[in-house]
Design a protein around this ligand. Structure first.
Ligand code: AMP
Ligand code: FE
Ligand code: FE
Ligand code: ZN
Length: 305
């Protein structure tokens, strides 16, 4: 009886879905880490990775809730890197949240935001938009101040009608109050993720905005040479064409395939946890990542006496 149940559970698991890319209030999401996990359970996801920008501050809470909820969990982080044409984000899976290399890195990354953010607020003030750093800080319970929180304040104050409009008019790369933050060279981000026990994965390759497929392939090849372990195939910005392109790149370079919604709660209203542009993320992606992490961190066996 119990054996049959186990076989059934195994079969259910194989057909289940996961989300390997989402944000909590530790960075620029609007649900707390525990709330994201509880939502994952309501959405019947069997596995989750929380990947906040520049911080692992939400991982302990999410992991504890995942254990209580019976959801398999992988610690994650998302790091912005230098790239000439567009946005390069690297996801770090399985990083050890208390590793000194990681703590040093997150401290530096938050420092880069501290340099940028007052410039954005000052520029907005010059443009007649009344907003303060204190208001922004009050929105960022996790200590990582991201532009979506500021965008939400601008919506609430009636300066714009939507978060997207806040980005288009003020905060996005073509906006009137745009300032970039200090970004890490990809090599450094890859090294630090590896040093802290994680596997580096290229997030949403479409956002690299490479001019053509050859440039995309070169960009991925360069990262592979520096230790890239995987590529995000399924993502809310990826249509069928991009899913296919990324699958081909994964096969060509022997990379892990990952996927996630990039859920941010109400800071990105169109994105639901567990769904990426109409697609769901197969459990097999989670299992392959876990398997590879087990190679990086072999389980410690008690010494024989
Ligand atoms: P930050 O970490 O403060 O640089 O902000 C990055 C966040 O802003 C990410 O969640 C992005 O998805 C979001 N973001 C950046 N550019 C845009 C844009 N043009 N429209 C909407 N969201 C954006
Ligand atoms: Fe974000
Ligand atoms: Fe990203
Ligand atoms: Zn993200």
């Amino acid at each position: 009886m119990s054996e049959r149940k186990t076989a059934r559970e195994t079969a259910d698991m194989a057909q289940s879905f996961v989300d390997l890319h989402c944000h909590s209030t530790a960075s620029d999401g609007t649900l707390s880490p525990a709330e994201v996990v509880r939502l994952a359970r309501r959405c019947r996801l069997s596995g989750l990775a929380v990947t906040d920008h520049d911080t692992v501050g939400g991982i302990a809470e999410a992991e504890a809730e995942a254990r209580a909820s019976g959801i398999d969990f992988i610690a994650g982080i998302e790091i912005s890197c230098q790239f000439p044409t567009g946005t390069m984000h690297l996801l770090g899976y399985g990083v050890d949240p208390v590793n000194p290399a990681l703590t040093k890195l997150t401290t530096e990354l938050v420092g880069g935001r501290d340099d940028r953010n007052p410039k954005i607020v000052e520029k907005l003030n010059q443009l007649g938009v009344s907003v303060t750093m204190d208001e922004w800080r009050a929105r960022a319970s996790g200590g990582v101040l991201g532009r979506p929180q500021l965008a939400a304040i601008l919506v609430e104050k009636g300066y714009v009608r939507s978060i997207q409009q806040a980005f288009d008019k003020y905060l996005g790369s073509d906006g009137l109050a745009y300032f970039d933050k200090e970004r890490l060279p990809a090599r450094e981000a890859l090294d630090r993720i590896r040093q802290s026990g994680g596997l580096p994965v290229l997030a949403h390759p479409r956002q690299l905005r490479t001019g053509n497929d050859a440039e995309l392939q070169t960009a991925v090849k360069n990262l592979v040479d520096l230790g890239l372990a995987g590529i995000e195939v399924i993502h809310s910005d990826h249509d069928a064409d991009w899913v296919c392109k990324c699958e081909e790149l994964a096969n060509r370079f022997g990379l892990l395939k990952t996927g996630g919604s990039d859920f941010h709660g109400t800071n990105k209203k169109d994105i639901s946890l567990g769904v990426a542009n109409g697609r769901r993320v197969p459990r097999a992606y989670f299992d392959a990542l876990k398997e590879q992490l087990a190679v990086v961190h072999p389980p410690i066996r008690p010494a024989r006496t």
